[in-house]
Design a protein around this ligand. Structure first.
Ligand code: SF4
Length: 279
């Protein structure tokens, strides 16, 4: 089945959004769902044009309110696969409140948070994930705000599936989004997405640094917390010195590999949020 709509895709050439769209269109048929049972709900922003490009149901909704609308749909129609497409401005500024409550209620939603660390649609103002000192048209002297870390935010709201991927790694984007689709509960996947027009190269430091790439977290409640290349898995380890990240092949038997996201344990969430840092 073809999940591509007949609409012309209108993102700028080279935009990271294309990678996510192509990944979703490629794995969605393998889930065995009927097109009429899939719904993409977006807010406002560049990425929020996503529903036009899917040959499914969809709604380009209100700024920041996609999680609220999607919550209504997912709870009244549990048979549907409901997706939220949002960006760093849409989800974390005007829509921050709706996002955290969708996550803490563990609504059965797949939330794709395109993070390009800038407002692209309105032509380049600093966003809630822009770094301190960011010079933009709206912050000519540099931003004073400390950025949100969406992974920390989701863990703090006790989302049951949290992951971060980068648009330059198409295989990992596909694998992670497919895992999110198969998860029942609220899944937040933050996607580091390059905006070549207004914030080009925002994530180049990660592309060039293998060690930092390994910090990209994939976490599912009740399953081992591992990440990194298949043949060199890293995990979250509980040792005498608290939680830390280690190559699983180097873990001492006396140390415990954390197998469960303990939603009651704040130090655990903190350890993971540190892993997900944007430094
Ligand atoms: Fe993509 Fe940036 Fe263009 Fe928006 S402004 S479509 S985020 S490249």
């Amino acid at each position: 089945k073809d999940f591509k709509s007949d609409q012309e895709v209108r993102w700028c050439p080279g935009c990271g959004d294309y990678v996510v769209l192509n990944a979703v269109q490629s794995f969605l048929p393998s889930l065995g769902l009927k097109r009429e049972n899939i719904v993409f709900i977006s807010g406002i922003g560049c990425s929020s044009r996503f529903p036009y490009y899917m040959n499914t149901y969809g709604m380009h909704s209100i700024h920041g309110r996609a999680p609220a609308i999607a919550t209504g749909l997912a709870t009244s129609r549990p048979d549907l696969s409901v997706w939220v497409v949002t960006g760093d401005g849409d989800a974390l500024s005007i829509g921050g409140n709706h996002l955290i409550h969708a996550l803490r209620r563990n609504v059965n939603l797949k939330i794709l948070l395109f993070n390009n660390r800038i407002y692209g649609l309105t032509k380049g103002q600093y966003s809630p994930t822009s770094e301190v000192g960011k010079v933009t048209k709206s912050t000519p002297a540099g931003s004073l705000d400390h950025p949100f870390n969406p992974v920390s935010l989701a863990l703090g709201a006790e989302a049951s599936f949290v992951a971060r991927v980068i648009d330059s790694d198409r295989a990992s984007v596909t694998e992670t989004l497919k895992a999110a689709a198969e998860h029942r509960g609220s899944a937040l996947v933050e996607i580091y997405q390059n905006c070549p027009i207004f914030n080009d190269g925002a994530f180049d430091v990660l592309k060039d640094n293998e060690e930092k790439q390994r910090r990209i977290v994939s976490l599912k409640h009740g399953e081992p917390i591992t990440f990194g290349p298949e043949d060199e898995r890293y995990g979250v380890v509980s040792g005498a010195d608290g939680f830390r990240v280690s190559k699983l092949s180097e873990v001492d038997e006396s140390e415990v590999v954390v197998h469960d996201a303990n939603r009651e344990d704040p130090s655990y969430a903190f350890a993971l949020s540190r892993l997900g840092g944007q430094d």
